[in-house]
Design a protein around this ligand. Structure first.
Ligand code: DX5
Ligand code: ZN
Length: 218
């Protein structure tokens, strides 16, 4: 079975104290880094120079989620910048298989992300080509949005196809993951959970990571 992984999103961390906040989530599996270009999504966050420094100071591997246009051009540069995993959006690449192969050849995990309204079916025959499928459970762009219940069916279809094929592909969810939602998302078949506001909005950040992990494992 796929391991349960908790990846706090630093979109909800203090951008003036990122190194400090990375230490707070030292027990997490990966730290999720949202790169937004103000074109693919209506928000602007951080880019290559910041990811390079985060990779140098973090005790936890970086899970970089690219919400940028022209992923074919940019994603390999994030692999070089020190990410452990690079996720590009299906809607932002011309050649997902070529890009995934290029990322893997660079020694990182490669993942394809789907907006809530994008179908997973075109990728179900290509699961061997990626290490992870990210099912967005909110429209990408902002933290703190409400979970979209209708995305659970896509999680179920992705998990069923992966199990049927014998692939080791992970299923990640991102958006609206909290103590209230994580149990049913786990039961739908996701194994990698991104959580921003739930983790960094908690009184005890480290304790929240472990609380989410326990709820996902049951
Ligand atoms: C949204 C980002 C998410 C965001 C999730 O586009 O991709 O990673 O941080 O935030 P929460 O967990 O608050 O929904
Ligand atoms: Zn994200």
């Amino acid at each position: 079975v796929a391991p349960v992984l908790i990846n706090p999103s630093i979109l909800s961390a203090d951008f003036a104290n990122l190194e400090r906040d990375l230490q707070l989530v030292a027990s997490a599996d990966y730290v999720h880094v949202d790169v937004m270009d103000q074109h693919f999504v209506p928000n602007l966050t951080l880019g290559l120079p910041v990811v390079r420094r985060l990779a140098e100071v973090t005790p936890v591997p970086l899970d970089v989620h690219l919400m940028v246009e022209d992923a074919d051009r940019w994603a390999p540069q994030y692999a070089e910048a020190g990410a452990a995993s690079v996720t590009f959006h299906a809607e932002a690449t011309q050649a997902p298989v070529r890009l995934a192969r290029e990322l893997r050849a660079g020694g990182v995990r490669a993942a394809v992300a789907l907006r809530p309204a994008s179908p997973v079916e075109p990728f179900l025959d290509l699961l061997d080509e990626v290490d992870m499928v990210l099912v967005m459970t909110v429209e990408p762009g902002f933290g703190g949005q409400a979970f979209i219940e209708g995305t659970l069916a896509k999680v179920r279809r992705a998990r069923a196809a992966i199990d049927a094929s014998g692939a080791a592909t992970w299923v990640q969810v991102d958006g609206g993951v909290s103590r209230d939602t994580i149990g049913r998302i786990a039961r739908a078949g996701a194994n990698v959970f991104v959580a921003g506001s739930a983790v960094f909005g908690a009184d005890d950040v480290a304790q929240e990571v472990e609380a989410l992990r326990r709820l996902a494992e049951h």
